[in-house]
Ligand binder design. Structure first.
Ligand code: PHE
Length: 499
């Protein structure tokens, strides 16, 4: 039994095949899987990133593109990822070779692990900002009643409360390490089950708090401006002054959709390998996508009315949520308490995502390289701390550590550069390969459809539609994104850029 608790996903019922390398578990229930996958999907991407990306990319039009990508590109990619995971019943690197032996598809699994690692290095600093905000809220450091956006900005700066431009750059590093250590601790002790059980109650609580905040936001003076910004698309925002199309907005929408659904990183593939053979993967993917999208939209409705009411800039960037939310809470009865609880719950939501990023890497070290769980966990922890420190400092030091990977006029802080690399290069490429694997990985269409439908179910029309979307629209969409983010599209089709 002691051994069991050190297996990946020790909470899973270990009733499936057992061999000397692997003891494969299974989720005890459909609920367990949905919780784990939704726990991975719902996180900072929804509550922190979605509102600020939306603010920077034209509001409603960004949301439309985001929703289009979710339905036509990401949902098919998610079902594809689930199908490969469950069919192969193994980790994301080996999965491909179980289905297509002797071919190099497994490299895609390795790339997924690498992008997971990169995401951890910037995700943990941001999760640290949230935890720190909870602590600052609890200790009354955010008392900004009666101030407008400008005064509040000055106050945050003066008091050293703005973690992004923190006077003491090492403070965010401290919080980042706390988050990484908690994640590693959970993974080492194999207590994901405990976390999942806790999530059963904590996540609905976060949901309820968000609904209360939305109710409050909708009674604020900025309500109609906020809702117009979010839901009334302005198509002109898609074009530059010279009439050329703003690919950046499409890129942003698609990157956000991939990131938010935790795709092309192996997290979803790994979780799916533990799903009961009878489950319909299309239905599960729909549920998870629905929950994730709802939470993102709710975060938008919660934040934008307040942004407009305070006269803050919707395009303020990564600080938008950190800056706006405390102010909203403080206007509410029991605001200190509500705000503290909110930031702490958001930290829990972030940790369920960091677990899903770190666990596949640790599992791969254990299974693939025969390293024991403790040293494997410590290795990954030290690795993400070592890479995470410069990433974290790059945000605080005003771009001191910056890279020019997107070929823009100004180089980006390392934090943005790492995000760009993972989200706009590796994730779309990974998703492209996953879709291609469905198409030409060497398994029959019938096998793919049957696996996606689950044992004993007949694949319906929708699933057939999914199959064709996964081998046509989804790879074309991801290729377009890659073409843009690598600069290739600009060279081969300059007219698209009005050149
Ligand atoms: N989807 C998570 C979020 O929105 C982030 C994440 C990305 C987690 C990729 C795992 C893998 O916060």
């Amino acid at each position: 039994m002691a051994e069991d608790s050190h297996l990946p996903h020790a909470h899973l019922h270990d009733q499936a095949q057992t061999d000397e390398f692997h003891v494969r578990g299974k989720f005890a229930s459909r609920m367990g899987f949905v919780l784990a996958a939704a726990g991975s999907a719902v996180g900072l991407g929804n509550v922190w990133k979605f509102p600020y990306m939306c603010g920077q990319n034209g509001g409603a039009i960004f949301i439309l593109i985001y929703l289009f990508c979710i339905v036509f590109i990401c949902l098919p990619a998610m079902i594809a990822e689930f199908t490969i995971g469950r069919h192969s019943q193994t980790d994301q690197v080996t999965a491909y070779s179980v289905i297509a032996p002797g071919k190099p598809w497994g490299l895609n699994g390795l790339m997924g692990l690498t992008s997971g690692f990169l995401i951890l290095t910037f995700y943990c600093p941001v999760a640290g900002w949230m935890l720190a905000s909870g602590v600052k809220m609890a200790t009354g450091q955010y008392d900004t009643e009666g101030m407008d956006a400008a005064q509040m900005g000055a106050y945050f700066q003066e008091q050293g409360l703005n973690l992004i431009t923190a006077a003491n750059a090492w403070e965010p590093v401290f919080w980042m390490i706390v988050i990484m250590a908690i994640t590693a601790g959970v993974i080492f002790m194999g207590i994901e089950s405990g976390i999942e059980r806790a999530c059963k109650y904590l996540m609905p609580l976060l949901f309820i708090l968000m609904i209360i905040l939305i109710g409050f936001s909708l009674t604020r003076p900025g309500m109609s401006d906020g809702l117009t910004f979010l839901f009334k698309p302005d198509v002109t925002k898609l074009f530059n002054e010279n009439g050329s199309f703003k690919f950046d907005i499409v890129l942003a929408g698609m990157g956000q959709a991939f990131f938010s659904l935790s795709l092309a990183m192996g997290a979803m593939m790994t979780y799916a390998s533990y799903v009961d053979k009878k489950e319909h993967l299309g239905k599960l993917a729909l549920q998870i996508t629905f929950i994730d999208t709802m939470v993102a939209l709710m975060a938008g409705v919660m934040i934008f009315p307040a942004v407009f009411a305070m006269g803050a800039d919707p395009a303020a960037g990564p600080g938008l949520v950190l800056f706006t939310l405390p102010a909203v809470f403080l206007q509410m009865p029991l605001g200190h308490f509500g705000g503290t609880l909110f930031f702490l719950l958001l930290t829990v939501a972030a940790i369920t995502s960091t677990i899903s990023l770190m666990e596949p890497i640790v599992t791969w070290l254990i299974d693939g390289l025969n390293i024991k769980r403790l040293p494997a966990t410590i290795m990954v922890l030290l690795g993400i701390i070592a890479f995470g420190i410069p990433v974290c400092l790059s945000a605080t030091s005003g771009g001191l550590i910056s890279l020019n990977i997107a070929g823009g006029e100004t180089p980006m802080p390392l934090l943005d550069a790492v995000d760009y690399m993972a989200e706009f290069l590796m994730m779309p490429l990974g998703a492209f390969v996953i879709c291609m694997f469905i198409a030409i990985g060497g398994w029959k269409r019938r096998t793919v459809l049957q696996e996606a439908a689950g044992e004993g179910n007949t694949p319906g029309k929708l699933l057939v539609l999914w199959y064709y979307a996964a081998i046509t629209i989804a790879p074309i969409g991801t290729l377009l994104v890659l073409g843009h983010s690598t600069g290739v599209l600009r060279v081969i089709a300059p007219s698209l850029y009005g050149q």
